[in-house]
Design a protein around this ligand. Structure first.
Ligand SMILES: [Fe+2]
Ligand SMILES: [Fe+2]
Length: 193
């Protein structure tokens, strides 16, 4: 699925379902971070009109997702907890190239975003197929489709705007790194836990 090297053990969905307040809180903050990342890409690459248009749409969509998750939290009488640290995303952030040319850093930022979208999409699929809560199963199926669209968009712009980076080769490096990294996860009630 989406080139991922290792698929999530479906038992993770049962762990997640065992603490819905926690996974919903973590999920809400994932959406906020995705919106923030799209805004950051706009800030540093404002000369590309199509990119700015697309990242604006993604930022809005991610905050719509945040609202949907927050609405579910409220409906169920839960509380949106404080922002959670996302160790998985922090490790991917460390792998992202920040040196080299401005274009190198730009392309790797897009691949970083594509990587998170790909895994989030896969995690939402696992949730939608395995949890017993029908409302949430449908919710995660809808989100899965939306995040898959974001994944495609980030990869498309990486290929379009790369000056010297071999995007296919670098994307393989991302998939290999992520495939190793994700082996340490799958035990916590967070989206990437
Ligand atoms: Fe989202
Ligand atoms: Fe997304």
């Amino acid at each position: 699925m989406l080139g991922l090297k290792l698929l999530t053990d479906p038992r993770w969905a049962n762990i997640a379902e065992g603490n819905l307040e926690e996974i919903l809180t973590d999920h809400a903050w994932c959406e906020q971070k995705a919106a923030t990342n799209a805004i950051t890409i706009i800030t540093y690459n404002s000369e590309h009109e199509d990119l700015v248009t697309s990242m604006t749409e993604i930022a809005i969509e991610e905050m719509e997702h945040f609202k949907m998750v927050h609405d579910i939290i409220k409906e169920r009488g839960y509380t949106l907890g404080r922002e959670r640290k996302d160790d998985y995303v922090n490790q991917l952030f460390r792998f992202m190239k920040k040196d080299g040319s401005r274009n190198d850093a730009f392309i790797d930022r897009l691949l970083f975003a594509a990587m998170i979208e790909a895994r989030s999409c896969e995690r939402f699929r696992v949730l939608s197929e395995n949890i017993k809560d029908e409302e949430l199963a449908k919710f995660y199926r809808d989100l899965m489709i939306s995040e898959a669209g974001h994944y495609t968009t980030f990869l498309k712009f990486a290929k379009k705007y790369s000056e010297k980076v071999n995007v296919d080769k670098r994307w393989k490096e991302w998939l290999d790194f992520e495939g190793q990294l994700i082996q340490n996860y799958g035990t916590k009630e967070t989206v990437h836990g």
